[in-house]
Ligand binder design. Structure first.
Ligand code: DGY
Length: 415
């Protein structure tokens, strides 16, 4: 029953070669949404799964950058639209990126399909490689093996409390007037605050005023955070890209990837917060650790990291949090005073993050906890439907409905 519903959501949100996350709230192609959506399509239409990723990479810039939004056609229901970004590209896009899950998804498609898909893999591989090199070059300028986010939207966890203190450095006092559209579709209590939006738009304007020159923006941006989510996800994706490089016999790329993986395995130490016993993001400009335990703290398993002492502390947190809320994994530790079960990335559970956490736990030998995370995801969707996110205490839906990546995760993992 739910399987058919999930497939129908993907089909209904298909705009011809790409899938919108949700027709009203997010009416364009989003980068990491599309990658997860491909996993859903792969369960019933493998060709369509590849096409989703191929379409996304048609919007890649010549420097390897892959935008977080592609505006294949305009839609007045979303702000900030293509005119505010003014990318000057064809197609028009945003000027910031998003978590690089695409290589991991392409590896999954390749593993499922095998040799018949080799021409498609050969065509995509250099594009994936160029995007990863873009991250290494522009988002790890000091070569620490980390990924620096220059906009909260790049992390995918838009209003996580990890951005509050670093965000205070953003001057949003003279942002040109704008009208939010998200709060005309959804209750404002589920969305970022006005101050957060002013900061998002100020950073957007900052990049546009620099002509989306990624080198210059990386040097001058007032917000520079080594994000635990992006760092773990890129490390995982580098490992998957390495497997693809080896399958294709691309020795030079494979050796660069090995080097970057080794660097990242060391670099993540800087994100370990011994005091709280968890990984967390860190402000690159001040060196200050965020001090928060979020769902991204548990992506170290997905990144393939094995560190018995740290893993034990992380599993201890999952046990504690899992005893406090009905559904793992809340996007913020429920013991935090700022925990808000309905507000976007300050409490709600997200199916895609659970997927990454669950996969990582299973792969690193923590089967019981992996199964709890998968079961909770299944129960949430079974009970409440294919929503954007869910209240971890009651399971109540939050955000948009008929959500593509929630449907995809049901099909490929949770259901
Ligand atoms: C939004 O508009 O809320 C998106 O998350 C930005 O990518």
């Amino acid at each position: 029953m739910r399987d058919e519903e999930a497939r129908n959501i993907l089909i209904a949100n298909d705009r011809g070669g790409y899938t919108v996350p949700n027709g009203r709230v997010y009416p364009f192609q989003w980068n990491w949404d599309s990658a997860f959506v491909a996993l859903g399509f792969a369960t019933f239409d493998r060709d369509r799964a590849w096409v989703e990723i191929e379409t996304l990479f048609k919007a890649q810039w010549t420097d390897g950058f892959l935008p977080h939004i592609v505006f294949w056609q305009d839609d007045p229901g979303y702000f900030p639209g293509p005119e505010r970004w003014a990318s000057g590209t064809d197609p028009l896009t945003s000027g910031i990126t998003q978590p690089p899950v695409a290589a991991t998804v392409v590896r999954a498609l390749w593993d499922q399909g095998g040799v018949a898909d080799r021409p498609r893999l050969e065509a995509l591989f250099p594009k994936l490689m160029a995007w990863h090199r873009w991250f290494w070059r522009y988002r790890d300028r000091s070569g620490q093996g980390l990924v620096v986010a220059l906009h909260p939207w790049e992390t995918g966890r838009d209003n996580a409390p990890e951005w509050d203190r670093p965000g205070a450095a953003i001057d949003a006092s003279d942002v040109a007037p704008y009208v939010r559209r998200d709060t005309s579709h959804l209750d404002a209590s589920m969305r970022p605050t006005a101050l957060e939006y002013d900061r998002y738009v100020a950073l957007l304007d900052f990049g546009r005023e620099r002509g989306w020159d990624h080198g210059r923006i990386a040097a001058e941006n007032p917000f520079q955070v080594a994000d635990v989510g992006l760092t773990m996800i890129l490390l995982r994706a580098d490992r998957d890209l390495l497997a693809l490089a080896e399958a294709l016999g691309r020795q030079d790329d494979a050796s660069d990837l090995r080097e970057r993986i080794a660097l990242a395995e060391q670099g993540v130490d800087w994100l370990w917060n011994e005091e709280v016993g968890a990984y967390g993001s860190r402000d690159l400009l001040t060196g200050e650790p965020s001090g928060f335990i979020t769902s991204a703290s548990f992506l170290s398993f997905y990144a393939g990291l094995k560190h018995p002492d740290r893993d034990a502390r992380l599993l201890g947190h999952l046990d504690r949090i899992g005893a406090r809320v009905r559904y793992l994994t809340p996007s913020l530790d429920p013991a935090d005073p700022g925990f808000d079960m309905m507000r976007y990335w300050r409490g709600p559970v997200w199916a895609v993050v659970n997927y990454m956490i669950g996969q990582g736990l299973a792969e690193t030998g923590h089967g019981a906890m992996a199964e709890r995370v998968r079961r909770d995801t299944r129960d949430l969707i079974q009970t409440s439907g294919f929503y954007e996110a869910f209240d971890p205490t009651s399971g109540a839906p939050t955000g948009g409905d008929d959500f593509s990546w929630t449907a995809a995760i049901w099909l490929c993992w949770a259901g």
